[in-house]
Design a protein around this ligand. Sequence first.
Ligand code: SF4
Length: 124
Amino acid sequence: MRAIYLFGESHFSQKMPIDPNFDQNREVSGEENGVKVWGDVNKPSQLGIHGTHVAVDFDICLADGACLEDCPVDVFEWVDTPGHPESEIKASPMNEAQCIDCMLCVDVCPVDAIDVDPGRAGRI
Ligand code: SF4
C-alpha cells in the first residue's frame, strides 16, 4: 500500500482492504451500472462491493484513478457517489467482462479496494 506521511500521520484512512472472499461473506443486494452489488447498501455512506470478476469496494475507493489509467482494456468508468465520505466518484468495473486478468489494477490501487478473480466470473 502506498501512503503519504505528513507530520507523522497517514493521510489514508485505516480501512481494511477488500475482502477477497466477499462472494461467500456477502449477499447480492442489487445491481448498478450493469454489475452486481454485494453487501448492505445505505446511501450515501455505505455503497458495498461493485462487480464480481472485477470487484471494487466502493466503501474503500478514494478515487485515486490509477485503475482507470492503467487498465489496458478500459474495464473501469467513473460513477458519481455524492455524499460518500471517502470520495464522491468511484471507479465502477462496469466493463468487467472485458477483463484479461493482468492484475495491474490490483497492484496500483493505493488502498487495496480492488480484487480480481476469474474464478468468480461465472457468477457475473
Ligand atoms: S485485471 Fe487488468 S484487465 Fe482486469 S480490470 Fe484490472 S487492469 Fe483491467
